[in-house]
Design a protein around this ligand. Structure first.
Ligand SMILES: Cc1cc2nc3c(=O)[nH]c(=O)nc-3n(C[C@H](O)[C@H](O)[C@H](O)COP(=O)(O)O)c2cc1C
Length: 187
C-alpha cells in the first residue's frame, strides 16, 4: 500500500472485532520502532510504553477494574467492569502509552502530548499497513493507575493501545466532514 492507501484504510478496530490469533513479537518491535521515529520538539522524545501480552494482560485488566472502581465509587457498574475484562481478553496485546516531561520543561506540556500522539499515529498507521486491528482508548480511570505503572511525578499515562487480529473486510469507514469545509485557501 502507498501512504494514501494506508491513511485511508486506518481505522479504530475495537476488541469486540478481534479474532483469535497471535501478533508476533517481531511485529510489535517494528511498531515500537516506528513510534520512536515520531517528530519531537527539541528532541525531548517524551513517549514511553509498557507492553502487556499473555498472562500479564489479566493483571492489567484487574488493575483497570480496581481503578475504575476507585474513580467511580458507588456509581461503578458490573457491566462496565465485565466489559473492561472482556476487552483485555479479546486483545492479543495491550500497549500502555506514557508521556514524560523533560527535566528542563523546555517545551510546553501540550507539545509533549502532541509528540506522543504522533508516535501513536505512527503505530496506528503501521497496524493499518500490516492489517492488524488496533485502537487507542483513553479512559478516565487511567489516572488511578500511576502506582501500578510505577510512574514518577513528571510521567503521565495517556491511555491504552489495544491490538488484535481482525477481518479487515468487515470494517466500514466513518463519515467525515469534507475537508473543503475545514480549509481556507489563500493565494
Ligand atoms: C486521542 C484519542 C483518544 C481516543 N480515545 C478513545 C476512547 O477512549 N474510546 C474509544 O472508543 N475510542 C477512542 N478513540 C478512537 C476514536 O473513537 C476513533 O479514532 C474515531 O471514532 C474515528 O474512527 P476511525 O479511527 O476508525 O477513523 C480515541 C482516538 C484518539 C485520537
Amino acid at each position: 500500500m502507498n501512504i494514501n492507501e494506508i491513511i485511508k484504510t486506518r481505522r479504530a478496530i475495537y476488541p469486540s472485532q478481534y479474532e483469535k490469533g497471535e501478533i508476533k513479537k517481531s511485529f510489535l518491535k517494528t511498531l515500537l520502532k516506528n513510534a520512536n521515529s515520531a517528530p519531537t520538539h527539541r528532541m525531548t522524545q517524551p513517549w514511553f510504553f509498557k507492553v502487556y501480552k499473555g498472562l500479564s494482560k489479566d493483571k492489567l485488566a484487574k488493575e483497570m477494574v480496581k481503578s475504575y472502581d476507585q474513580l467511580n465509587n458507588e456509581n461503578s457498574t458490573e457491566i462496565k467492569k465485565k466489559k473492561i475484562i472482556e476487552k483485555c481478553k479479546k486483545s492479543n496485546c495491550i500497549i500502555c502509552v506514557f508521556m514524560k516531561r523533560d527535566s528542563k520543561k523546555s517545551v510546553p506540556e501540550w507539545e509533549e502530548i502532541a509528540a506522543t500522539a504522533m508516535a501513536m499515529q505512527n503505530m496506528w498507521l503501521t497496524c493499518a499497513a500490516y492489517n492488524i486491528g488496533c485502537y487507542w482508548s483513553t479512559p478516565k480511570y487511567s489516572i488511578k493507575m500511576n502506582d501500578f505503572f510505577k510512574l514518577k511525578n513528571d510521567e503521565r499515562c495517556l491511555g491504552f493501545f489495544y491490538l488484535g487480529i481482525y477481518d479487515h473486510g468487515k470494517v466500514k469507514s466513518k463519515k467525515r466532514i469534507p475537508i473543503e469545509k475545514k480549509t481556507e485557501w489563500n493565494n
